[in-house]
Design a protein around this ligand. Structure first.
Ligand SMILES: [Zn+2]
Length: 276
């Protein structure tokens, strides 16, 4: 089927008190495994091309690859630009056929973030592409610190922009290799009180499974980004395949042995998050 928009799959998630997963993609084999996982779980998948992915492969190729995967998929597939930083980057993705773009102005002063978000929204809405924005900053494990989303910021941002999904910072952190994030439930509830927008948490790998369920079932978090735990599994399987067979050298053969475990983990995560 054709690509689905982010707005569409998030409204499906809303209807069942569930969360969609945004999968951080690095290439063909993992993206293909995530679509197969979606089909096994009966859940939509959001295929994300982040800054690392785009540094490795041009945006038009990502767009074509995601569209090709969606075409033969039996579940909705969203092609999503993750952490676009400029209007130009988002427009390039829209022209490459993405159905959703994230404009990340979270490092800017609030008024500039709002202006940037609205510029991208205007361009995206004109062609039916969804927009995710971020207010407050989600930091990185062992890297840039977080700036938790304040109620004032969320209120102003919600009033002055029109986006399909809002990423917030409430204790979640990128690149956590263990699930030990401490969610600020009170702040989350306060933010839900000032906006009806579906909410997004990046850094899903760092969030405990019981917290992920609570975020979807008793709160309005409709998208969780997951990357690290899946990359850990894939990398671990590749390492194990190479160590088990010292004569193994062919890239396709190596990845073919590792991909089933990646797909199995993605299927488990989707079943948990889409159960609602
Ligand atoms: Zn992120």
């Amino acid at each position: 089927m054709p690509l689905a928009t982010l707005a569409k799959v998030l409204s499906q998630a809303q209807a069942r008190n569930a969360a969609c997963l945004g999968f951080v993609c690095q290439g063909w084999e993992d993206a293909r495994a995530y679509v197969a996982a979606g089909e096994a779980a009966g859940a939509p998948v959001i295929l994300s091309a982040g800054p690392g992915a785009r540094a490795n492969m041009p945006v038009p190729l990502w767009g074509e690859m995601f569209r090709t995967l969606a075409r033969s998929a039996t579940i909705p597939v969203v092609a999503h630009l993750d952490h676009g930083r400029t209007v130009e980057e988002c427009v390039e993705a829209i022209e490459a056929g993405f159905s959703s773009v994230m404009i990340d102005g979270s490092a800017l002063p609030l008024a500039e973030n709002i202006a940037l978000t609205n510029a991208v929204s205007d361009a995206a809405r004109a062609v039916g592409v969804s927009v995710e924005a971020e207010v407050g900053q989600v930091g990185y494990e062992d890297g840039a610190p977080s700036a938790g989303t304040t109620l004032e910021e969320a209120t102003t941002f919600a009033a002055e922009t029109r986006v399909d999904a809002l990423a917030i910072s409430v204790g979640n952190l990128h690149l956590q290799t263990k699930d030990h994030a401490i969610i600020d439930w009170q702040r989350l509830a306060e933010i839900e009180g000032v906006t009806s927008m579906p909410l997004v948490l990046h850094g899903g790998s760092g969030i405990r499974h019981e917290d992920r369920a609570r975020l979807a079932q008793t709160h309005r978090v409709r998208k969780l980004n997951v990357g690290t735990e899946l990359r850990q599994r894939f990398g671990g399987e590749i390492r194990a395949a190479l160590m088990a067979d010292p004569d193994l050298f062919d890239r396709t053969a190596i990845i073919t042995r590792a991909a089933p475990a990646l797909q199995a983990l993605a299927t488990d995560l989707l079943r948990q998050s889409w159960r609602g």
